[in-house]
Design a protein around this ligand. Structure first.
Ligand SMILES: NC(=O)c1ccc[n+]([C@@H]2O[C@H](COP(=O)([O-])OP(=O)(O)OC[C@H]3O[C@@H](n4cnc5c(N)ncnc54)[C@H](O)[C@@H]3O)[C@@H](O)[C@H]2O)c1
Ligand SMILES: CC(C)=CCC/C(C)=C/C=C/C(C)=C/C=C/C(C)=C/C=C/C=C(C)/C=C/C=C(C)/C=C/C=C(\C)CCC=C(C)C
Length: 645
């Protein structure tokens, strides 16, 4: 039996009538918006939400423990009010007056209830200029930059705290960084200190501790290189190991400086916004042409122009691998230059209290600027209306609408899960031809007795013991950060934090029973710890006070990243950054931000993608200058350039 449906009169008054009134298909989004019902399990509620009305209405109807979730949108007839043969209840009356919607809900038991929902109509997109899916640093920078420009933004985060892979967690008196603790872009000088700038934009400043050594490499043939903060100190150390290649080494790193200086001279905004881009070409032609020249090039090929010794080239591979998870031959020269120089220009600086403070501060700034963030808000789909992204639907049935939608999920999640897979746009197909998912990590967070570390131990280490061939192999190289060397407040007194990680693929962890999975975690972690004990810290195992092991499955679960991936990596030798998409997508109103956008992985990289995204979105919602004619020309040109990659 069909309980009834809506009929819409010319006055915009919508009534629930039965038995012969029209179906919900006549319930026009432009009049009242998309309407949905949600039946929640084991609760006594019917939830009604309407397009443009972000707050759902909850009604107690009657107790029925067997109800389960079911949502009903305007494209479905109201008969789904019958669930499992049970009649639940129905809308007796819906009326819209300006920005008020009044409802009367009647249960099958005959109990009626009236309620009024206040909000904006569908036309204004619920009042939000942008919805951001995910609160990684990419998402938060995009959100805060937009908020500062006067936009009203809603950030929806699946987890309980912000930050994603730059989040933190606390156990037994330790504060652990979820991801690594090497922070670029956190100095007080230049144009590339994007983390400092993102915080300053919303009135925040964090105290930082300068790291004297970016990383201490422990490499095959007992090659040990410390990357000192001072560039000259680093170059002296490296050239002292390879005096015959001094000239080549200097030439390669000088080339990096040329690019870094060009980058550092620009005001960084959206490369997809023509008024800004042409303005920069006009103001800084040499620098822009330098960047355009290096855009399609990779670090390995350039290094080979100057250096012949395979061991020095292998060292440059390791330099690139720690930031791109691929060798120098596959690492874009612009990205390599950015990290190989910023560590000496602004230096690596660790935020007091841990990396998690960055996201917490940005979130506070976002709210101070009148925007919002919701946690435990798991977006399951992006709502498309007439080919345009207009909102999102959550796993609990709530729907939110805005003028634009920005996804901080990976491209594989955005186009493979949040949108229907079969509708994969051509541009995304091309992206997936050029880039694949990088593997994930096995990570071990440990608390150890302080005395196990020799005096003057560096904060960050990279260990590849015997064979250069293992650099990119799963579990081949080991990353180690000891952030308590810089900030002892992160651990109880007399203890240090060791955060150890190594590349690992999700396939390695699938198809195991819980018991097998736990046993494998112990076994693999034990091998890695033994290697560190042998290479760096004798007695390490017996000094362990706390240990927690995460696998690619852990990354997938807590960071909502497909296969727990670290981000995109080129399938073959890429044309530098040419194939990396910016923020706009093939879907009108939908933007991406984060590490599957230009320029790629890394906190500073995703912060830049956030800055670019906010600028492009602001132009599209009328908060920044825009020229539709130039836009069409530039976006077409960039699309064509990407197709060459
Ligand atoms: N330099 C370093 O030391 C360091 C440290 C940590 C992280 N990183 C970098 O950070 C980069 C990642 O940053 P990012 O901003 O791209 O993203 P992220 O993966 O860190 O954050 C994405 C956020 O989106 C949320 N999310 C995903 N799907 C969702 C959904 N459907 N609904 C609601 N929320 C959802 C996740 O829960 C997560 O909080 C990585 O490339 C890594 O290199 C670097
Ligand atoms: C548009 C066109 C076509 C053209 C034009 C031209 C131009 C103007 C151009 C421009 C460009 C630009 C601006 C660019 C920019 C770029 C950037 C900013 C970049 C950046 C990058 C960064 C990066 C990549 C980073 C990264 C990092 C990372 C990843 C980190 C990590 C770390 C770790 C993991 C650590 C390790 C540890 C241990 C060892 C322990």
């Amino acid at each position: 039996m069909q309980l009834g449906s809506f009929s819409t009169s010319k006055t915009g008054k919508t009534n629930m009538g039965f038995p012969n009134s029209q179906s919900l298909l006549d319930f026009k989004p432009t009049q009242l918006g998309n309407s949905s019902f949600l039946y929640e399990p084991r609760c006594t509620k019917v939830r009604i939400s309407c397009l443009g009305f972000s707050k759902p209405l909850n009604y107690s109807v009657f107790h029925e423990p067997r109800w389960s979730k079911q949502s009903l949108s305007c494209s479905q007839p109201l008969k789904t009010q019958n669930f499992s043969g049970k009649k639940v209840g129905f809308l007796e009356k819906v009326e819209k007056k300006k920005n008020l919607l009044s409802f009367r809900v009647k249960s099958v038991m005959g109990v009626s209830k009236d309620d009024v929902l206040e909000g904006k109509t569908a036309d204004s997109g619920g009042g939000y200029d942008a919805i951001v899916i995910g609160s990684g640093i990419g998402g938060l920078v995009a959100a805060t930059q937009l908020a500062v420009k006067g936009a009203k933004v809603l950030v929806l985060e699946k987890y309980v705290i912000p930050g994603g892979s730059s989040g933190f967690y606390e156990r037994d008196g330790y504060t652990f960084d979820v991801g690594s603790s090497v922070m670029f872009g956190f100095s007080d000088k230049g144009n590339l200190n994007l983390i400092t700038q993102a915080l300053a934009a919303v009135g925040c400043k964090m105290e930082v501790i300068p790291d004297p050594t970016t990383v201490h490499f422990h490499l095959p043939n007992s090659l040990s290189v410390q990357v000192h903060r001072g560039y000259d100190d680093f170059i002296s150390e490296l050239t002292s190991k390879f005096p015959h290649e001094k000239e080549g080494i200097l030439k390669f790193y000088n080339e990096c400086w040329k690019i870094f200086n060009a980058l550092n001279s620009l005001e960084l905004k959206s490369l997809e916004e023509p008024i800004y881009l042409f303005g920069q070409f006009f103001k800084k032609p040499v620098e822009c042409l330098t960047l355009a020249y290096y855009l399609p090039q990779n670090a390995g090929a350039i290094a080979r122009n100057f250096i012949k010794d395979p061991e020095v080239l292998a060292f440059i591979d390791a330099e690139c691998f720690i930031v791109s998870t691929v060798s120098a031959l596959q690492t874009p020269m612009i990205n390599a230059s950015m990290v190989l120089c910023d560590r000496h220009f602004g230096g690596i600086n660790y935020p007091v209290g841990g990396v998690g403070g960055i996201a917490t501060s940005l979130t506070k700034g976002l709210v101070d600027y009148g925007s919002e963030i919701l946690y435990k808000a798991n977006v399951t789909s992006i709502i498309i209306d007439n080919g345009k992204a207009v909102g999102v639907r959550l796993s609990d049935g709530r729907e939110f609408f805005a003028k634009t939608v920005i996804s901080n999920a990976t491209r594989w999640d955005t186009f493979g899960k949040l949108l229907k897979k079969q509708d994969l746009p051509k541009e995304e197909e091309n992206f997936q031809k050029v880039y694949v998912k990088a593997p994930s990590f096995l990570s071990i967070h440990m608390g150890v007795k302080a005395e196990v570390l020799p005096p003057d131990t560096d904060c960050h280490h990279f260990v590849l013991e015997d064979d250069w061939k293992n650099l990119e192999e799963p579990y081949g190289s080991i990353f180690l950060s000891i952030p308590t060397i810089l900030d002892s407040s992160l651990a109880p007194e007399g203890r240090h934090i060791l955060h150890i990680f190594t590349t690992s693929s999700i396939e390695d962890w699938q198809g195991l029973s819980t018991k097998e999975y736990e046993a494998k975690k112990e076994l693999v972690a034990d091998k890695i710890i033994s290697r560190l004990e042998k290479k760096l810290f004798p007695g390490l195992k017996s000094s362990i006070e706390f240990k927690e092991v995460g696998t690619p499955k852990t990354h997938r679960r807590y960071l909502a990243r497909d296969s727990g991936t670290y981000g995109p990596m080129p399938r073959n030798v890429p044309k530098g950054l040419l194939g990396m998409p910016f923020n706009t997508t093939a879907i009108n109103g939908l933007y991406c931000v984060g590490d599957s956008c230009f320029p790629g992985q890394g906190v500073i990289a995703v912060a830049f993608s956030g800055v670019m995204c906010a600028h492009r979105v602001a132009a599209d919602v009328g908060l920044e200058k825009k020229s539709p004619v130039l836009d069409a020309g530039l976006l077409g040109l960039l699309g064509w350039l990407r197709s060459l990659a």
